[in-house]
Design a protein around this ligand. Structure first.
Ligand code: BGC
Length: 709
């Protein structure tokens, strides 16, 4: 690709140029390969046939550092006379999403391509993007990530424009595809066509999701198809105020006759679609929601006799499908859709059990290392374009995510790649804290959305300095473990870790003000008085009415902190609670994905806010790892990562008749579950590797095989 040029069309203000190259091929063709990328997103067609199936290619990376290119074998698409067309649009490179960071100035979409045609006599023809290519305005008159698209099918491209060279014609930033491709994964048809009290026609696809709508219509030229997208209904009417400024336009002007269309250079998060305009009768068979996400292999499955629990697991899976679109995002619908580190950090373990996300995280962590500040600080969002807060629990993703990749998949490469960034991160905290051996000071997101938030704040009541110090201890500890695995000298950090732990105990004196303060202390092993701290947590939960009060930071660990300290019964009570606040409460309100807020829709049916109210935020789906790791008790063993050995510690509850989980690993499929027989829990385990187990307090060594206890 190094001889190809970045080309663009400056006169097209919509940033959606269509490029064309026509060429002839001789008879003795043996192979043709297209390497291609864009600043923005592209879709290529060769002689009218789609090249590849990657939606929103080339994907989202830290564009100032690296841009992926894709390579396609296009031999089968070639004729004697050929036309290659490539539609380019803003994607993540420019437009609203870049504007969010105030960094959209001068960002113009561009294309780069290299088509190599090989002949059986050993000769080759190479076609490189340059100013001889043709360009045109196309039917795609507007298209970007937050605001959707406008398409006029009557417009025939004229190819009357000449591209110019991108002044930043640097090809050294191009790298081969490293992440998973994004593809169309499922097709859902409307479950119901609703006539709302306001008189609107709304398609209910029955599932909150991410992708786009495909429609078919027999139209007269100039007819319009206009759709709007929403996640919930409000008083039975269409509602999407929570999308904030993201317009999510879907505006299509028809050509004459029968036509089918689906936008592929933008995406929408939705369950409900309001049909603003459609020529003809609105029939369910003419609309289809195409679910789009990274092409990940499903590895985990959970099933039980409890329909609410099954729905919770379903919502966790769909939260992941919706937010694993090339990068892990906070939410997929409003004017955000960013790679927020805190969200990914809390969900990473669940994510790595549900799906094989090794390659997916490898790419994102690579961008994280590139986006790390010179100081060692880590931004809140990756890929990022403008500096953000350096917050505990968000920035700590730089240590926690690679460590989890290692535990789940057992590959040391990610540790090698991330060792220095993690070390830089730990050093950053050491050099900027205002209190030695702890992390005091800084600007943090806190226990985001914790319920005891002071009025008007999202941050919660848990002390910043406590969260920051606890995560500093945790990241330092991870650094030490990684250092040992890689044979690096980390003695200094081991000493530091001891000092941090002692300083933490000294500073906070086992006197904690919120559930999360207890939870972090217990889960990160920052007390010598576990029993007392656990008892104090239990007391606080009782005082809070046996309700969860935690936000993003405390929620992933609350049930672990209870079950690891002998309070499984209370953990189950919190898990199975149906009233607000709880994991099941959103299900009683019809949730099909995880909500950002415990009370996204309040008990009285109102929304708590329009400002920060996503109904597809996977963070609280982090409870999934308690389902795998405590209910089924499938646990990784640090000395034998990648499930080369498993530790089973399942804990049944009388509240559920049966439960089972399965995990496909590199070693084979692990199964663990339980059912009740004659008033007693019967545990069933299947392990492909030598393992250990603790069942009802008794220890077992297991050879590969199936066991019933
Ligand atoms: C996002 C969160 C994110 C947070 C930072 C929000 O706007 O949606 O999920 O982690 O900002 O606190």
């Amino acid at each position: 690709m190094k001889n190809a040029n970045w080309i663009r069309v400056e006169s097209l203000k919509n940033n959606c140029p269509l490029f064309r190259k026509q060429f002839s091929v001789k008879e003795n063709l043996s192979k043709a390969t297209l390497k291609i990328s864009a600043k923005g997103v592209y879709e290529a067609h060769l002689n009218g046939n789609r090249v590849g199936d990657f939606i929103l290619a080339p994907g989202f990376t830290s564009y100032d550092d690296r841009i992926q290119f894709q390579e396609y074998d296009v031999t089968a698409l070639l004729c004697r006379e050929n036309t290659l067309t490539v539609q380019v649009a803003c994607g993540w490179y420019s437009g609203g999403i870049r504007e969010w960071w105030g960094d959209n100035e001068g960002k113009i979409s561009a294309l780069i391509a290299e088509l190599t045609v090989e002949y059986s006599d050993g000769t080759t023809d190479v076609y490189l993007t340059d100013t001889d290519w043709e360009a045109s305005e196309s039917g795609l008159t507007y298209c970007e990530i937050y605001n959707g698209f406008e398409y006029d099918a009557r417009i025939e491209p004229q190819f009357d424009l000449k591209p110019t060279l991108d002044p930043n014609n640097d090809t050294s930033l191009l790298i081969p595809q490293i992440g998973e491709k994004v593809t169309a994964q499922e097709r859902l048809y409307p479950r119901e066509i609703i006539r709302t009290p306001k008189g609107e026609t709304v398609l209910d696809f029955g599932q909150n999701m991410v992708g786009a709508v495909e429609f078919t219509v027999n139209a007269t030229a100039g007819d319009r198809v206009s759709l709007s997208f929403g996640e919930i209904l409000m008083d039975g009417n269409f509602y999407n105020d929570n999308y904030r400024v993201a317009k999510c336009k879907y505006e299509y002007t028809c050509r004459e006759g029968l036509q089918t269309f689906m936008p592929t250079l933008t995406f929408y998060g939705f369950r409900y679609v309001r049909v603003n305009s459609y020529p003809g009768e609105i029939l369910p068979e003419n609309f289809c929601a195409v679910v789009v996400h990274s092409d990940l292999k499903r590895t985990g499955r959970i099933e039980s006799s409890d329909p609410m629990l099954n729905q919770l697991y379903h919502n966790i899976i769909w939260g992941q499908k919706s937010n694993f679109l090339d990068i892990p995002t906070d939410c997929p619908q409003r004017d955000e859709r960013m790679g927020w580190l805190g969200d990914a950090q809390v969900f990473v373990r669940t994510a790595s059990y549900n799906y094989d996300v090794e390659r997916f995280f490898d790419k994102w962590l690579g961008d994280m290392a590139l986006n790390q500040y010179e100081s060692g600080g880590v931004p809140g969002v990756v890929p990022y374009t403008k500096p953000t807060r350096i917050s505990a629990a968000w920035a700590d993703a730089i240590a926690i995510c690679p460590w989890q990749m290692y535990l789940t998949y057992g590959n040391k490469d990610i540790l090698e790649n991330m060792f220095l960034p993690i070390k830089k991160w730990v050093d950053y905290v050491i050099s900027t804290t205002t209190k030695e051996n702890l992390w005091f000071g800084g600007d943090h997101y806190g226990d985001w959305l914790e319920l005891k938030a002071p009025y008007g704040s999202y941050k919660g009541a848990t002390r910043d300095d406590l969260i920051a110090s606890a995560f500093h201890a945790h990241s330092t500890n991870i650094l030490c473990k990684i250092g040992d695995i890689l044979g690096k000298d980390v003695e200094r950090y081991k000493e530091h870790y001891k000092k941090v732990r002692n300083a933490y105990i000294e500073e906070f004196k086992d006197n904690f003000k919120t559930q999360t303060e207890h939870i972090l202390t217990l889960y990160f092993d920052l007390t010598d008085q576990k029993e007392a701290v656990a008892a104090s947590l239990v007391q606080m939960i009782h005082d809070d009415g046996d309700k969860i009060q935690t936000g993003f930071v405390g929620t992933p660990y609350i049930l672990h902190a209870l079950s690891q300290n002998g309070y499984s019964e209370l953990a189950y009570k919190l898990l199975l609670r149906k009233e607000y606040p709880s994991w099941f409460y959103p299900i009683t309100k019809g949730a099909t994905t995880m909500w950002e807020h415990w009370d996204g829709i309040m008990p009285d049916g109102r929304v708590w806010s329009t400002d920060m109210n996503s109904f597809n935020h996977y963070a609280y789906g982090s409870v999934g790892d308690w389902l795998y790791g405590a209910m089924a008790g499938i646990q990784t063993v640090e000395d034998h990562p990648g499930f080369e050995q498993v530790h089973f510690a399942p804990v049944a509850t009388d509240e559920i008749d049966w439960f089972r989980a399965e995990l496909d690993t590199k070693q084979g499929t692990i199964r663990s579950g339980w059912r009740h027989e004659d008033g007693k829990a019967v545990y069933e385990i299947e392990t492909p590797v030598r393992s250990t187990a603790v069942i009802d307090g008794r220890k077992y060594d297991l050879e590969p095989g199936r066991y019933t206890f």
